[in-house]
Design a protein around this ligand. Sequence first.
Ligand code: SDX
Length: 393
Amino acid sequence: QTKAVTVDEGFVNTGSTTSDITFLDGEKGVLRYRGYAIEDLAAHCDFVEVAYLLIYGELPKLEDLESFRHNLRQHTMLHEDITKFYDGFQHDAHPMAILSSVVMALSTFYNDSLGFDDPKDIDRCVMRLMAKVPTIASYAHKKSIGQPMVYPKNSLGYCENFLHMMFSVPAEEYEIDPVHAEALNLLLIVHADHEQNCSTSTVRMVGSSDANLFASISAGICALWGPLHGGANEACVSMLERIREDGGNVAKYVEMAKKKDSGFRLMGFGHRVYKNYDPRAKIIKAACDRLLQSQQIHDPIFHIAQELEQVALTDDYFIERKLYPNVDFYSGVIYRALGIPVEMFTVLFAMGRLPGWIAHWIEMRNSPGKRINRPRQVYTGPTKRPLTPIEQR
Ligand code: SDX
């Protein structure tokens, strides 16, 4: 007799696994990667260092970090045949669709190391994914604006190289603004992992069938795309633009968000785990303020976001439901200040989340208790009934 099945829709209170990677305290608004506070990592580390921490479990010594950086630089280019996939996409193909497709296509180039029987094969694939995703992402942007893809430059850092590939054109020199690279570095760090969120659980789900790392990451990218998850950063900026075009009438939209039947939600607000201010939103909001000040940018949607936050945080509907700004609320304002087009916002979320996905996939594959994920259900369909021949239907 199998045990009675209890359904926990959306896994609100169901743990899927144990993990050593990330700790969240939703009540206190605490986030730590491998025991280190997100505030410390965002203030003092660089993204490649944090990626190393998440994937290998310890902060790297200087020589480890340098060799990790060196390895990444050796794999930033795409095989020229991979770039042919871009010819098949429409110019306005969503870059998340391109990212997921081309990451999947990478697996056709490394099928000698997809079994992962040997840890060095895992490292091969980790390097290639970490090194090539920024190239794949920037090529999607270049495709959408009809500009030539820009090859990576091994003399540049991870964030600098991405900005170079995104914004350089063959016709003239592109000066990388260190303030932009620093803001991108901070954004990638605060997006790097977040325990068993929808896309990370997807990566673990797909990987639990012994599917390869590329297939699992490609599935995670698709899960992240949804506007309730990583797609909220794109949806949030569109919402702020809509409010701006509507005369900045913030109160009207806060009222609308409180009505279930309006079908309208404040994107970038609320969280399954944080019932306090998302610590990442605090870090991003402060970075946003610094960047806009230092660059003398006046972006009206930043002020609308701040006003929206003020109105919502003093409204009983949001207070009762403990709804606060989450990681997606202010990130779009920074992306705009960096000149990143809105359809690329979730791609940048995926670039940040990549080391977290990889770390969870490796942890799951190495866990002694690993089993294929196969949840049960409570059946609510029709009881047994006789088949009616088609003439009588
Ligand atoms: C991310 O899981 C992670 O860790 C994700 C993430 C990560 O790093 O991986 O943190 C990244 O995905 C952040 C979330 C981005 N999504 C959005 O900003 C979309 C808007 N937010 C909501 O859709 C919602 O808050 C979720 C999806 C984030 C959480 O959904 P839950 O936990 O299922 O909560 P719910 O939808 O059941 O809402 C609880 C109540 C409901 O009201 P009641 O039915 O109790 O009356 O709060 C209301 C909801 O209607 N509510 C909102 C709201 N979010 C929840 N009402 C208005 N606006 C909102 N944004």
